[in-house]
Design a protein around this ligand. Structure first.
Ligand code: IPE
Ligand code: IPE
Ligand code: MG
Length: 243
């Protein structure tokens, strides 16, 4: 079988671990917050580009459950940037027919941010061009444990038969319910680890690493990642396509 990239559609769902803001700033003798600010610009850019490249779902790791351990000042800066992003971008996203979602422990976010998120989700719920999900206070293990807890509760209430719990049923309890599994996971800044992102959902995801720091991730970088993806032979445990 011809495995040229023209035959292979672009990834439907791209997930990105946006890493390297701090090192980007350090290299320029700037405070870390300057890197995060520039990182927010890169988010605007990548959302624009995703539509053009034919991506239907874009999921961005914006703040992990473990990132709460960072110094108070940095957490405050990141939450401030998030607040600003939500206030300034949602109307624009809505205009561009983008559906906005948040996955994560939203109860840990400041109340006003929770309200902004809820409004944004409600306003954009019917949009169809692109689904943009921000992973905020997100941890893959926390998500799986939360699903297990709510499944146990359903069983206790007599609403669910333990014999009926299969993979599909389990997925319906994850925060990512309704999102297909990512086809491609990109991590910037040269790190090669998953850092507790989408542990359940990445069972058969293709991984792509680039040394570029997140604030420098642009259309050319995104295109390179997608071109690389299109040369992969995805097997899902079955026989290779060349066999
Ligand atoms: C990614 O950049 C942003 C968040 C994790 C919130 P980092 O802040 O992790 O940047 P480095 O890894 O220190 O360079
Ligand atoms: C992962 O990056 C989390 C986000 C990009 C939001 P980190 O910088 O927190 O990951 P580690 O600590 O290097 O694994
Ligand atoms: Mg980092």
């Amino acid at each position: 079988m011809n495995n040229s990239s023209a035959d292979i559609p672009p990834p439907k769902h791209v997930a990105i671990i946006m890493d390297g803001n701090g090192r980007w700033a350090k290299g320029r003798g700037l405070p870390r917050v300057a890197g995060h600010r520039q990182g927010a610009e890169a988010v605007r850019r990548v959302v624009e580009t995703a539509g053009r490249l034919g991506v239907d779902y874009l999921t961005l790791f914006s703040f992990s459950s473990e990132n709460w351990r960072r110094p108070e000042e940095e957490v405050r800066d990141l939450m401030g940037l998030l607040r600003r992003y939500l206030k300034s971008e949602i109307a624009e996203l809505h205009k561009k027919n983008v559906r906005f979602k948040v996955i994560g422990e939203r109860g840990r976010l400041d109340k006003d941010i929770q309200a902004l998120v809820q409004d944004a989700e409600q306003m954009t719920a019917g949009n169809t061009q692109l689904t943009l999900s921000l992973a905020l206070s997100y941890g893959g293990r926390a998500e799986i444990a939360d699903a297990a807890r709510r499944i146990a509760e359903s069983v206790r209430l007599g609403l669910l038969d333990p014999a009926a719990i299969d993979e599909t049923q389990f997925e319906s309890y994850l925060w990512s319910v309704g999102l297909p599994d990512p086809d491609l996971l990109i991590r910037t800044s040269g790190e090669k680890r998953i850092s507790n992102f989408l542990l359940w959902q990445c069972a058969y995801t293709e991984f792509y690493y680039t040394d570029v720091y997140w604030p420098d991730f642009d259309e050319a970088e995104f295109t390179a990642a997608i071109d690389d993806f299109r040369r992969r032979d995805r097997r899902f445990g079955a026989t290779a396509s060349y066999a």
